[in-house]
Design a protein around this ligand. Structure first.
Ligand code: BTN
Length: 328
């Protein structure tokens, strides 16, 4: 009922308690109770004497009802689990996936106390960011899954570009770079048998309206937020909706027609290709010029001896030109 009260108020007002009660079939006292509850959640609803209630603004939170309103996806985000704060959305997603949560379920929060990044790093998750994990269940072999993190990075970059005037770039495999600093990253975890993928959990973390002071000291020079780059705050709900829409489209195209279209789009937004890099993986360290992404999503590096290396996983460091900063 609270959602219906909110939906009616959002249609426009002022609307009196009596009129609201009549249209929804509940008493004025019950309407008042729901308005009070909505205000407590952060909705600004004004009361105009003699006229009624007016919807002014929604809270800057990722409440599921806000995310659902206007969300145009068919699968991604149709099931939303929301926690104001959580250890890590990856952990919740993993438990839910093991219990059979359906494809497209997202786990969403405002802050994480134990946010996780790639390669065992921590992911600082203060309020103002967008942190969520998506459960996917594609019919793929585990080796084919390498392309999905790239597809997710592309979806995030396209959504940022669509919503802001910014020009995000992609650092292989899937860091989101804006003006040479990292604004977001993606952690992909899979559960699989040798030849069969059970599920993928795609964890996306973005510094959106994150005040610079809340970013940890060790990454302050390397990290940024969308607000810092754009100069004004960004609607986190619209951004999340944009990411889900872009990702659903790219994910469907990928399953229907393969990786080639996404690969070319990824390359057109690449921050890595054409640069001198060092890539560290568990097995080796490779230095050379990044020249391409192949049809599996692997990074192709040409070493100084002219030999081509194909790298399927690792952490890329870009060679700095004197006076240039590195996005890490
Ligand atoms: C990276 O190291 O670049 C990847 C960062 C991924 C962070 C996201 S935030 C939502 C999800 N939950 C986590 O604990 N990590 C991912």
């Amino acid at each position: 009922m609270k959602k219906r009260v909110l939906a009616r108020l959002k249609q426009g007002g002022p609307v009196s308690g009596e009129e609201l009660g009549k249209s929804l079939g509940i008493s004025r006292a019950a309407i008042w109770k729901h308005i009070r509850e909505l205000r407590r959640e952060g909705y600004q609803i004004d009361s105009l004497p003699g006229q009624g209630y007016v919807f002014v603004s929604a809270p800057d939170s990722l409440l599921p009802e806000e995310v659902r309103t206007g969300l145009e996806t068919r699968v991604l985000g149709q099931e939303i689990v929301y926690h104001r704060t959580v250890t890590s959305t990856q952990e919740v997603a993993r438990e839910m996936a093991a219990r059979g949560a359906r494809e497209g379920t997202i786990i969403l929060c405002e802050t994480q106390s134990e946010g996780r990044g790639r390669i065992g790093r921590a992911w600082a998750s203060p309020s103002g960011g967008v942190y969520f994990s998506i459960i996917l269940r594609p019919l793929l072999r585990p080796t084919q899954a390498l392309r999905l993190p790239l597809i997710a990075g592309l979806a995030v970059a396209q959504a940022i570009r669509g919503l802001t005037g910014l020009k995000p770039e992609l650092k292989w495999p899937n860091d989101i770079i804006i003006n040479d600093r990292k604004a977001g990253g993606i952690l992909t975890e899979i559960n699989a048998e040798v030849d069969r993928l059970h599920w993928i959990i795609m964890g996306i973390g973005l510094n959106v309206n994150t005040p610079g002071g809340l970013l940890p000291d060790e990454v302050k020079d390397l990290a940024t937020s969308l607000q810092r780059e754009q100069g004004n705050p960004i609607s986190r709900v619209s951004l999340l909706q944009g990411i889900l829409t872009e990702l659903e489209q790219l994910y469907e195209d990928f399953r229907r027609s393969g990786f080639e279209t996404a690969r070319l789009k990824w390359k057109s937004m690449s921050y890595t290709i054409g640069k001198e890099v060092t890539v560290c993986s568990a097995a080796e360290e490779v230095t050379g010029r990044a020249v391409d992404i192949d049809s599996d999503g692997a990074l192709i590096v040409v070493k100084s001896d002219g030999k081509r290396e194909r790298i399927i996983a690792g952490d890329v460091t870009l060679k700095k030109n004197p006076g240039e900063s590195d996005a890490g």
